[in-house]
Design a protein around this ligand. Sequence first.
Ligand SMILES: NC(=O)C1=CN([C@@H]2O[C@H](COP(=O)(O)OP(=O)(O)OC[C@H]3O[C@@H](n4cnc5c(N)ncnc54)[C@H](O)[C@@H]3O)[C@@H](O)[C@H]2O)C=CC1
Ligand SMILES: O=C1[C@@H](O)[C@H](O)[C@@H](O)[C@H](O)[C@H]1O
Length: 337
Amino acid sequence: MTSTLGIAVIGTGRMGADHVRRIGRTVGGARVVAVADPDGDRVKEVAAGLEGASAHTDPAAAIAAPGVGAVLIASPGPAHEEALLQALARDLPVLCEKPLTPDPAGALRVMEAEQRLGRRRIQVGFMRRYDAEYARLKELLDAGGIGRPLFLHCRHRNASSPSFFTSDMLISDSVVHEVDAARWLLGQEVTAVSVLSPRASSAAPEGVQDPQLVLLETAGGAVVDVEVFVNCGFGYQVQCEAVGEHGSARIGDGQAMVVQSAGRWGGEIPQDFTVRFADAYDRQLRGWVAAVARGRVEGPDAWDGYAAAAVSAAGLTARRTGRRTPVDMAERPPLYR
Ligand SMILES: NC(=O)C1=CN([C@@H]2O[C@H](COP(=O)(O)OP(=O)(O)OC[C@H]3O[C@@H](n4cnc5c(N)ncnc54)[C@H](O)[C@@H]3O)[C@@H](O)[C@H]2O)C=CC1
Ligand SMILES: O=C1[C@@H](O)[C@H](O)[C@@H](O)[C@H](O)[C@H]1O
């Protein structure tokens, strides 16, 4: 007989509430048994839609609640470390939204705690790895379909940024996705970062440097450019073109349906990530639950989270100094090889 996995969801904002809905609707074999958010009204509202789930304002209490067999962390990045350490102290499997931690020092502490357990417990929510278009691009590159990759040209545009967004978060919260995608697609670590900042858009909130152009150099000699523009106004766009020695391949044009009518042609642009990456979030969650049922944790690991944080840290220095900044990366521990 298979048992149902009881999940504690930490943070019930946009992503936490979205994951709660997904667990209820599209993921079999699991249910939410506890939710936590310091915003008491919000957490009660989310719990009210769940049968038998307890609501907490203290994440530690949710993680320790009866029936919890796994933890999903969807609080803001700076709160991840504390919740991760609490979950690891109970030897629970975790799906942690990106970034694992915004800073490499925090990620190292988390990896140390996981290594003390001697087995993987953490999956990081780099959901692009579960997106059908990204998976096809990865397959093509792995098969040598366009030869040795030379460039990735990436665009990451949000219609608008939340009120708490800062210039640093364009790198540590947004470009962190491209950092992981580039490492995964190319199978190479990022070794240096440069950042160019054009005159800020008039749509950018006061004091926020938006957009930015982030350049990543990889150990294998590829170059990745990322335009990140989080107040572009027109919608959510994540595009990636790989250029290799024998060809190029591009994803993210979103042209599933092109309508021709009344002398015009066109399609729709999704307005946010919950639409563009809906299938990827589902596949990510199903994969995590299925692996946990087999006693395993798979997918992007804490090393991937650490590596992304180390690249983000170099990016923040590069932006502040205007200089190309080498990435300072620790040695990869055996658990993550
Ligand atoms: N994979 C993806 O595409 C996306 C990932 N994210 C990630 O999800 C996480 C949450 O982001 P959003 O839902 O957009 O933010 P949000 O601001 O909508 O929600 C965060 C929630 O966490 C709560 N919170 C604050 N401190 C907390 C703590 N110490 N413990 C528990 N809860 C706490 C807040 O009260 C709020 O309800 C972040 O790590 C973010 O980077 C966000 C958007 C998309
Ligand atoms: O992860 C996400 C957000 O946290 C981030 O702030 C957005 O820029 C990204 O597009 C989204 O996927």
